[in-house]
Design a protein around this ligand. Structure first.
Ligand code: ARG
Length: 274
């Protein structure tokens, strides 16, 4: 049996655009609440957010159907696979899912579009509110972009209340609003288990983690599902569900990646087909 040689990752730095100078709203940019009002001195960025750059987050990708319509986010976890939400993986037939990497602006044809050869869904998944909202898609071909890191046993502290994390996606800019053409990012603090349990009775601290401000204002939204919540380059969450978007007292709920890191790793290993 021969071992497939690992292809080195190409960093398509030349293809990655510099960040546009104009700041645009976040993943969700409802201007109603101001989570930075307590004095970060940086409110405009937190509330209004930023257009994000793939140069900073090359592992951020999105999923489209066969017609090219973006329906979810995902995150590269190896040269041949992405992690996403189970509810995303189940929304479109495997043969119709496309993974788009290296494309900040949906209206361009930059980067790569790869089909999917295999879908793994978290064991016991039924519905996002029941946990296990995680899936790994094995792509046909290889990514030219580097993967996010998965958390290991030393990363438990990243789940502590108050850890500032970054959520990325091409989803709605406001609850019920239009989807973004550009990749956007929002900075959100991890919420304690007790606080999240008060917000959502279905909250399960083994399989979920919450992030957001008590006042709301920054959050993921529809179309961001499956996308990454990262601390640095470490993937701590996958956008799963919420009550509306960016509402006070209703943080975003994410799949707790540390619980599924071993499963994701096992699925993400490049392997010989046939
Ligand atoms: N379920 C949504 C989706 O499929 C994601 C919702 C996330 N909502 C939130 N408020 N964080 O895109």
């Amino acid at each position: 049996m021969s071992v497939k040689s690992r292809r080195s990752l190409l960093f398509a730095s030349g293809a990655l655009l510099a960040v546009a100078a104009v700041a645009v709203p976040v993943v969700v940019g409802t201007a109603a609440a101001d989570p930075g009002a307590a004095g970060s001195g940086n409110q405009a960025r937190i509330v209004g957010g930023n257009q994000a750059s793939l140069a900073d987050h090359p592992y951020a990708v999105y999923l489209t159907d066969a017609g090219g319509n973006q329906f979810c986010g995902a995150v590269i976890v190896s040269s041949t696979s992405v992690a996403t939400a189970a509810h995303c993986a189940k929304a479109v037939a495997k043969q119709d899912i496309r993974v788009v990497a290296g494309r900040e602006d949906k209206r361009t044809s930059e980067g790569q579009v790869l089909g999917v050869s295999k879908v793994w869904v978290g064991q016991g998944y039924t519905d996002p509110t029941q946990g296990a909202d995680v899936a790994v898609l094995t792509v046909r071909g290889q990514f030219d972009y580097r993967p996010a890191k998965l958390p290991d046993s030393g990363d438990a502290g990243l789940y502590a209340k108050g850890t500032q994390a970054t959520v990325l996606g091409w989803g709605r800019i406001a609850d019920g609003g239009a989807r973004s053409d550009y990749l956007r990012s929002g900075e959100v603090p991890v919420v304690s288990d007790s606080e999240c349990h008060s917000a959502y009775t279905v909250y399960d601290q083994k399989t979920m983690v919450c992030a957001g401000y008590a006042e709301g204002g920054v959050d993921a939204c529809q179309g961001d599902s499956g996308g990454p919540l990262v601390v640095g380059d470490t993937l701590i969450g996958i956008v799963s569900f919420g009550d509306g978007c960016a509402k006070a007292g209703k943080p975003g709920v994410y799949t707790r990646v540390s619980t599924y890191a071993k499963d994701i790793e096992a699925q993400a290993k490049p392997r010989l087909l046939g």
